[in-house]
Design a binder for this molecule. Structure first.
Ligand code: KG4
Ligand code: ZN
Length: 357
């Protein structure tokens, strides 16, 4: 089965061709990603209108490159998959409409993939992991703990009640005048800082649910930073180190609770899987390693290029759905919001942010 996957929900324009063999094994034939970081950097964050226009300009060429690199003709495709949400609606429309056009012209089935489902199924693309497993997804738009029970069967065990974790890293970077995207910059600055200099709050610590909160912590960093003005480089490093230490403690606690909730409902998870840009953070990786070891499960983090937004994960989710006969019609709508777990409700106290709970 050969599937073309298209991703345009945020600031990556991406397309890939993935082959799924009859035994469920996967092969990535091409995976072309064009990040728009430069276009957004001077605004300190993703500007939806700029992103949508860039997707329009870039997508055709990226799809053509992905097909060429894979050495595949459109007539050979078993399906065309596109991320139909959740995400910035302008970009989602560009990707989904392109996929519909290709599907229509070449009389190929269309699969409208939930972007979060694609993140959730990525470890099965890289290492044939069996269900059920526990996913920790932390990116610029999402912070969730999800029980991945089967294809199309997801139970959200925890989510952020305000900012997404990557968003918090980006906002802290911005208030300290570090460049965008902020996550790697904060990590770099934290390496030379004292994590004990500022006693920032550990949000949600000890709570029985597995939800996250990051906006209070972010505000605490802002207050401390304005108190210290003008900031010396060492202040910035210490603020970053103390912020990251608080995120680590909170993440370890929230995931420990999440894994306990998982165990109660689904038994021992086959693995704890981390995905999203924040999973690139080395300190967070080692905290996750400890959490997984304590819960007697294995930690799996797909390679960075598959952890962050890409077309291969969309193609793979499309292939998994196709294998179960889950095909969509041309009426499949683009969605700004699309919960992975249809039964999940917005957590109490949920505030407006990019997080899309
Ligand atoms: O998954 P991703 O590439 O894109 C989406 O948001 O969908 O995640 C990007 C996010 C950004 O907020 C970025 O600052 C954060 O992941 N990030 C990091 C690190 N690398 C990227 N956060 C903390 N530490 C890092 N090393
Ligand atoms: Zn993503």
């Amino acid at each position: 089965m050969l599937v073309l996957g298209i991703e345009t929900t945020c600031d990556e324009t991406a397309a890939a061709v993935v082959e799924r063999q009859a035994d469920g094994q996967a092969k990535i034939l091409s995976n072309v990603v064009r990040s728009q970081t430069d276009e957004h950097a001077r605004f300190g964050g993703v500007v939806p209108e700029i992103a949508a226009r860039a997707h329009v300009d870039l997508l055709d060429g990226i799809v053509a490159s992905a097909m060429k690199e894979a050495g595949v003709g459109y007539g050979q495709l078993s399906a065309v998959a596109a991320a139909a949400g959740p995400g910035l609606i302008g970009g989602v429309i560009v990707g989904l409409t392109t996929a519909k056009a290709i599907a229509m012209v070449h009389d190929t089935p269309l699969i409208a993939v939930n972007h979060l489902e694609a993140h959730a199924l990525t470890p099965r693309l890289t290492c044939a992991l069996a269900f059920p497993y526990c996913l920790f997804l932390a990116s610029g738009g999402h912070t969730q703990i999800v029980a991945v029970v089967g294809v199309g069967e997801y139970v959200r065990l925890g989510t952020t009640v305000d900012d997404a974790m990557g968003e918090a890293f980006d906002k802290v970077a911005k208030m300290l005048s570090l460049p965008y995207p902020g996550g790697p910059e904060v990590e770099r600055a934290a390496a030379g800082g004292d994590p004990t200099r500022f006693a920032f709050p550990r949000p949600m610590l000890g709570r029985a649910d597995a939800n996250f909160s990051l906006s209070g912590l972010k505000t605490a960093v802002r207050n401390e930073a304005s108190r210290l003005e003008p900031l010396e480089p060492q202040d910035i490093s210490d603020l970053c180190a103390s912020f990251q230490a608080a995120v680590l403690d909170s993440t370890a606690d929230r995931l420990t609770v999440g894994l306990k909730l998982f165990e109660e409902r689904f038994g021992t998870p086959r693995a704890l899987v981390a995905a999203g840009g924040v999973a690139a953070n080395h300190a967070i990786r080692s905290a996750l390693q400890d959490v997984a070891a304590k819960a007697q499960t294995t930690l799996i983090i797909p390679p960075p290029a598959l952890c962050t937004d890409n077309g291969a994960m969309i193609a793979w989710a499309g292939a998994e759905r196709m294998a179960l006969g889950l095909i969509d019609t041309m009426e499949a709508p683009p969605r700004a919001r699309w919960l992975l777990d249809a039964n999940a409700k917005a957590p109490a106290g949920h505030a407006n942010s990019r997080a899309g709970y």
